[in-house]
Design a protein. Structure first.
Length: 368
């Protein structure tokens, strides 16, 4: 194949993970491809020439974006100039709709070949954005099962690649080996903590997580806490908490239960068959707007894809140390509750699985 230039834009930690895996897969189809764009450490390791690091874009919330508008606009304008200078054969936009949908509009007017991988959740809110996807992108690749039909009913062709995370469920991990490696006594229960991968999420969530740890520790002994820390954040946590930055799936798989910030992590936790409770908190104005515009009953992907409540959700004011500690202890102490969640996970895994890996399916579609 020719020495193609591919420009990729991923704006946050999960996008960096998906981008890295997609680059790795594309290299097998086209070993001579050169990659440029916005990404993080994982994408850089796979050979991305970074024009901007995702740490400068990792912002969530309407009012939070307004506060950083000048910086984001400069990055946007610089990226647009960079794309025009590089003249890539393909542009791949990964999730991050606030930035990437605007980029799709700008680039489509200049006849770039555009693929959108991991689509904006227009079925949940801002449905009008589907017009940009239809009019400005050459290929749309979904990772959520019901999206293909949703878009088809609105006259938009979407390729369902399967969910990248579904392959996690096939991997084998050794709980005993994990315990031994981290000197965790056999009698201890393990609670995994996943407070988020963005700085803003950590700022809003970590104090509540920390208070939850204190509450649990005051009423129940023999608990080991493991903190799953995002690649692009550093959390100031007590020394008695085990921090995990690498081999995170092994840690989640080995846990008896998890407290998980809503997002991709909820699906990862489900694929690893770890019982969980889900939580999330936004700034008050952003939450008000989100509630006003949202059309969905649930926030977590586990509940959304399942079409019913499988895992409890504690959102905004309900995300309190009192609620989280009570619910996670109830989950740990009730084998029936744990088994019920895990039985639902099996059905969820079947929904998400496809013949090829999601990245291979996406890469083949891009080159089809």
């Amino acid at each position: 194949m020719t020495k193609e230039k591919i420009f990729i834009i991923a704006g946050e930690d999960s996008g960096d993970l998906h981008g890295a895996n997609l680059i790795s897969t594309i290299k097998k189809i086209n070993p001579s491809a050169h990659f440029y764009g916005i990404g993080g450490n994982r994408m850089q390791k796979e050979g991305l020439h970074i024009t901007e690091h995702i740490r400068n874009l990792n912002i969530i919330g309407f009012f939070e974006v307004i506060r950083h508008y000048r910086r984001i606009k400069k990055i946007f304008d610089d990226t647009l100039l960079e794309i025009k200078k590089i003249k890539p054969d393909k542009v791949i936009l990964i999730d991050y709709p606030g930035f990437n949908l605007r980029m799709a509009k700008k680039l489509s007017a200049q006849d770039f070949d555009i693929t959108y991988f991991i689509l904006p959740q227009v079925w949940a809110w801002k449905e009008s954005r589907k017009k940009i996807l239809r009019n400005c992108c050459d290929r749309l690749i979904s990772i959520i099962p019901f999206e293909k039909i949703w878009f088809k009913n609105r006259g938009i062709d979407v390729h369902y690649a399967g969910h990248p995370i579904s392959s996690i469920s096939n991997k084998k991990y050794d709980k005993e080996k994990f315990r031994h490696k981290h000197s965790i006594p056999d009698e201890n229960k393990i609670i995994a903590l996943l407070p988020g991968s963005r700085k803003g999420e950590i700022q809003r969530h970590w104090k509540i997580f920390s208070d939850t740890i204190d509450k649990i520790s005051s009423v129940k002994k023999n608990i080991t806490f493991i903190l799953i820390e995002g690649q692009n954040v550093n959390i100031d946590s007590p020394s008695n908490i085990i921090k995990i930055k690498a081999n995170q799936y092994e840690a989640i798989y080995s846990a008896d239960a998890a407290i998980v910030c809503s997002g991709t992590a909820t699906l990862e936790t489900a694929m690893l068959k770890c019982p969980m409770i889900v939580c999330y908190k936004l700034s008050a104005p952003t939450w008000f707007l989100a509630k006003l515009m949202s059309k969905v009953k649930y926030l977590s992907l586990v509940n959304l894809i399942s079409g019913k409540k499988i895992v409890p959700e504690f959102l905004q004011k309900d995300m309190s140390s009192k609620n989280l500690s009570r619910e996670i202890l109830s989950l740990i102490d009730d084998p029936k509750k744990k088994r019920a969640q895990q039985d639902h996970y099996v059905k969820l895994i079947k929904k998400l699985n496809v013949e090829d890996s999601a990245y291979l399916s996406a890469a083949k579609y891009i080159y089809d």
